[in-house]
Design a protein around this ligand. Sequence first.
Ligand code: GLC
Length: 561
Amino acid sequence: MTDQLIARRDFAVAASVSWWRDAVIYQIYPRSFADANGDGIGDLPGIRSRLPYLRELGIDAVWLSPFYASPQADAGYDVADYRTVDPVFGTLADAEGLIGDAHDLGLRVIVDLVPNHSSDQHEWFRRAIAEGPGSPFRERYHFRPGRGADGELPPNDWPSIFGGPAWTRAANPDGSPGEWYLHLFAPEQPDFNWDHPAVADEFRTILRFWLDLGVDGFRIDVAHGLVKAQGLPDLGVETQWHLLDVGVSPCFDRDGVHDIYRSWRRILDEYPGERIAVAEAWAPTLERVAAYVRPDELHQAFNFSYLGTAWNAAEQRRMIDASLAAMRAVGAPATWTLSNHDVVRHTTRLLQAGEGEDGEVAGRRPTEVDPAAGLRRARAASLLLLALPGAAYLYQGEELGLPEVVDLPPEVRQDPAFHRATGQDGYRDGCRVPIPWHGDRAPYGFGPEGGPSWLPQPESWARLSVAAQQGEPGSTLSLYRAALAVRRSHPGLGAVDDLRWVEAGEGVLAFDRDGFRCTVNMSAEPVRIARPGDVLLASGPTEADPDTVVLPPDTTVWWNV
Ligand code: GLC
């Protein structure tokens, strides 16, 4: 990046655009980021101590996966108390301190909200169980008598995402088998009944609680799940992944969810500074996803269709166009993401065969790929992602080029789906291995020297640590830092939805934005192209003569044009 380019930064324009429309938002998975107290699990003080690193990386905001009071049956996505920090992660004062420190550094903070289900240890659910059938607290969840002569069969055929039936039979207070309750995920995650006014009231209060504490937004977990079809009719398919085949599902993406988000938007808009919400909504089409980000609803929705798109120029172009068109139709920015805590890290995933179908993204056992080839492709993909109009979501460790850990022994795995025969594959621990910060031996600065880490880190991670990559010109960390710096300073890389394709030959993706071009060689062969301008950044080595540049396979170049 040149000094001239920095000087061209147009602050007036930047200030007039809503911050979230082109923000780079970095997902922190708290248990795996930094462990200040040495118990082997990351915590809020650990995150606080690493905020300067994130500031230097050049992101705009962090999204924190749940850190609330929880028995951790699903790594915190089973919340027992929405207003308390789990002691494993720290205290409410730590959360406040973290938000304050982040703001002082110019970083915004987005927290996770889990409204589809609570923990089975949530006070309401405990009372529902303890008080037995007829308890008013049962109405806040979905309790039903079973089918069959003795109620021994689940009330309907819904499978859990994590495998097995989506119903568990509760014991009556006298110990006899009683009603069943619904859980689209683990049995420890009973689904709320969103038709009950107390549930809606409670979540409005929770939103305000965290907004008052200063958070800048929310990531809405399972945003497509809150409302179920009246009468809870049978689904008629074997696994939840067939949701996309059945089109209209009785348990997901019901039209009624949108009323909830309209009411939340009114609350967000009461607060100064553009507080936002981003939906985790697995809907059957991009148009259905776009419905969550209509002007009076949420601000953004994750683009899982893009995440699941194969590394293929034609497919990528089609999906980028479709994503931009769907979001343009409702005036929302597109979002782009390649990795998160539920999917195989893209350093590994993009080289695995058979990608492309959304339902498969999380449902495949990851396999080892050639590390160099995986990294080369991931770097090219990340530079492409960061050049697209809209908001970009990064997942901790991708800036280090971390691969998926594919060989965790069964006894250390904690994904609740791992021990189930059907459902989601249960291999999500491989992307959740704690971050290497420095040093030659585990835990590589994740926690105190010689201390534990809740998942073992591979030996090969010494050379992927932050310290090992810091200041190294060719490192992935340096590439991300440079890319984020260019993205902030180049006038063509703002929120404006102005992408224009350039024909560049078979297997090559190229597009222009204002004064900017991105070229990606997705083919298996090197390609020689005429130089369109000066190279701003390249994901890997290129060969150049005065007029042409050769891009090896899996290489992205950013140009100033
Ligand atoms: C979301 C979370 C995932 C969790 C599930 C149930 O998909 O991202 O980690 O297991 O919801 O809360």
